[in-house]
Design a protein around this ligand. Structure first.
Ligand SMILES: *Cc1c(COP(=O)(O)O)cnc(C)c1O
Length: 373
């Protein structure tokens, strides 16, 4: 089935008790046991499993073409669950330009954990090969990356990980399964911050993990979810599943507007550089064309000047909302380096935007006036 159909049908069932077409929200924390002590209807206690959570997991696994899915209370709860599954002495390989909070979790929260992490330039395959160790158990990929939209070759990195007997995991938050299905390129598992495009309306924080096959890290992540307690609420699962219904259409419109804005900005005298994989001048453009069916709704650009000029332009935006996060129906704009804080590698003149569903003309006019000093 095509992705538009999966987005509307996967995980959905007519409610057997009432015939309700929209799934009821099951708020019950506990479920009736059979007389013989079994739970023949599949549920016992809501931390361990809930009908709304199951429906969302089933839908996400189908969207990714995976075997099974898990959903968590946030994207970072997925990272936590995966790190909890590592053994002492295990080595993780991650991109130098990884989502900044992942570095923060590994560097702060898990500082005392006996796992080793190296950050490498994932766009350089020789560097990735050279960084693999006998103890490498996890290879983390993020493509397109946040916030500079670097592109990693999924099939190539998956092959390096496989040879090293490590599990490859792709953070596919920026691309969504509509534009990129990492499992089809040999990646073992894919995670999302469902907070972003998948829910798509800036009203739920959540995360997901989908696997291509049974593996110990996925099983340990499941245990962390069920018994460690990072479970999302039934209402959050319900809202996210509802958001998914329009995902393919939202993402396609967002891609179209983002590409036009990238071209508009590239020709703008106040702009020094545009970071968008849809532009032929982007260093990852050819790989993006191979592994993605569209280039996404995220777009960064550097203004001529530095922090002051970038902050000034963000301050003047009117149609764009000054806020972090991404993937919603409304466009967002931010000075990325100040969101990431001290020590960030993001250039001070960079503005990151998440393109929403507004008309191109209104967004372009807003940027044009914001870029006049
Ligand atoms: C937001 C984000 C995360 C973290 O997800 P939360 O839902 O905020 O915990 C991870 N990776 C990327 C690429 C993100 O944009």
């Amino acid at each position: 089935m095509k992705i538009e159909t999966i987005a509307v049908h996967a995980g959905r069932r007519i409610d057997p008790a009432t015939g309700a077409v929209a799934q009821p929200i099951s708020l019950s924390t506990t479920f009736e046991r059979d007389a013989d002590g079994e739970y023949s209807r599949g549920f016992s206690y809501s931390r361990e499993g809930n009908p709304n959570r199951n429906a969302l997991e089933e839908c996400l696994a189908a969207l990714e073409g995976g075997k099974e899915g898990l959903v968590f209370a946030s994207g970072l709860a997925v990272v936590t669950a995966l790190v909890q599954g590592m053994e002492p002495g295990d080595h993780i390989l991650a991109p130098a330009e990884v989502y900044y909070a992942l570095r923060k979790i590994l560097g702060r929260l898990y500082k005392k954990w006996p796992v080793e992490i190296s950050y490498v330039d994932m766009t350089d395959l020789d560097t990735v090969r050279a960084a693999v160790r006998p103890s490498t158990r996890m290879v983390w990929v993020e493509t397109p990356s946040n916030p500079l939209l670097n592109i990693t070759d999924l099939a190539a990195v998956a092959a390096i990980a496989r040879e090293a007997r490590a599990i490859s995991i792709c953070d596919g938050t920026f691309a969504t399964p509509v534009l990129q299905r990492p499992l089809d390129h040999g990646i073992d598992m894919v995670m999302h911050s469902t907070t972003k495009y998948i829910n798509g309306h800036s009203d739920v924080v959540g995360g997901s993990l989908v696997t291509r096959y049974d593996n110990y890290l996925f099983e340990r992540a499941r245990a962390s979810l069920k018994f460690g307690g990072a479970a999302p609420s039934p209402f959050d699962c319900w809202l996210t599943l509802r958001g998914i219904e329009t995902l393919p259409y939202r993402v396609r419109a967002q891609c179209e507007t983002a590409l036009r804005l990238a071209e508009f900005l590239q020709a703008h005298p106040a702009v020094e550089r545009v970071y968008y994989p849809g532009l032929p001048t982007h260093p990852g453009h050819e790989i993006a064309r191979r592994q993605m069916s569209g280039f996404g709704g995220m777009l960064s650009f550097g203004v001529r000047g530095g922090k002051d000029e970038a902050m000034g332009a963000v301050a003047r935006a009117r149609v764009f909302t000054r806020a972090t996060s991404l993937g919603s129906t409304h466009s967002l704009i931010e000075h990325r380096a100040s969101v990431e804080g001290p020590g960030t590698a993001t250039p001070q003149n960079v503005i990151r935007m998440s393109i929403g569903l507004e008309h191109f003309d209104d967004l372009a006019a807003d940027l044009d006036q914001a870029l006049q000093p």
